[in-house]
Design a protein around this ligand. Sequence first.
Ligand code: AMP
Ligand code: TRP
Length: 378
Amino acid sequence: MEQGGKFLELYKSPSIVLGRWVLLSLYLPWLLENLRFQTERWAMTQVEPKKRVFSGIQPTGKIHLGNYLGALKHWVENQSQFDNIFCIVDLHAITIPETVKPDEFKRKILEVAALFIACGIDSKQSAIFTQSHISAHAELTWLLNCVTPIGWIERMTQYKSKADRLTTVSAGLLDYPVLQAADILLYKADRVPVGEDQKQHVELTRDIAQRFHSLFGEVFVIPEPMIWSSGARIMGLDDPTIKMSKSLGEQRKGHSIGLTEPPETIRESILRAVTDSGNEVRFAHGSAGVRNLLEIFEVISGKTREEIESHFHGKGYNFLKREVADQVIAALQPIQDQYSRIMADPGHLQQILREGADRVRPMAEETLRRVKRSMGLV
Ligand code: AMP
Ligand code: TRP
């Protein structure tokens, strides 16, 4: 007892108190530094979750070189960087009902799935599925329809150009971009890798999400389009003033290059590609047709513009066309080989699509539930 009292006295003596403070002031910076170091080390071990990518292709017409260079090729190249969801958007493919061929639909969906895989999409790493297999797409579209001012969708250039060519325009064609917004927002996608023509639709998706947030509170991730500087707008070979398109590819020989087309017809279409009467092979000064061929060469070869221009210097258009044809044929050959192999087992493809849908359905349903809850529907 007495011992304890003495110790307490000593402990409280001014010199000991001072000593304690000196020690503490020496020790404290070391302690803080150590804490900072440990925190940084812990933070480094916390791997940031991958950003999510969502994109889609319609199972219609002839999947072409524009689809590959503007979208598919980039999906494959960036696959390991992202958490990917790739969708075969069959509900978008019925918005012009006169063109729907029910007997061919099932096969077309399998063909697109096979092409995804043949181009290098790994179904273990990326979910591949069919849009109509997840009913949340149609359901969220309705909810988003109710927050989308009609003027926003009437302004879409794709709608205007398609509607101009039709005698009867379906409500679905006008609503097409709202369904696309639902696709993207359901999965909280951060990035949407697409060709140039889809930029406006992704921007509309952002506007719809933001309007929803201002009305009912935050639910969605605001996505960003991912558009590459080359290959985002491949033009028709027979008419380089218009975009290479799936439907024209079916109607006009020499318009597009189908990914599964035989080498002879690929070569023929490229050799017949519209250029001009000059012979200068330059990116900046070439006509639309020459620039298109150069851009195809650029994306496939991976060479810089300077390297390409010096390669073609003084060689003329015929040489350019022959070289582009060789490049395209060589790039598509392995894809075509894989494609035939994959298409030989439709049962396996169907299983991949089923598993893909099962994998992503819970995400879609969770978002839909949150949207309904924030609107007071559940
Ligand atoms: P779609 O053919 O409309 O189903 O488009 C599928 C994807 O290919 C989308 O990301 C489009 O932006 C892209 N795409 C379509 N046509 C072209 C083209 N001519 N050049 C580059 N990308 C394209
Ligand atoms: N509208 C796109 C096209 O025609 C296809 C598409 C549908 C899409 N839903 C999507 C693309 C969602 C990106 C994200 O090319």
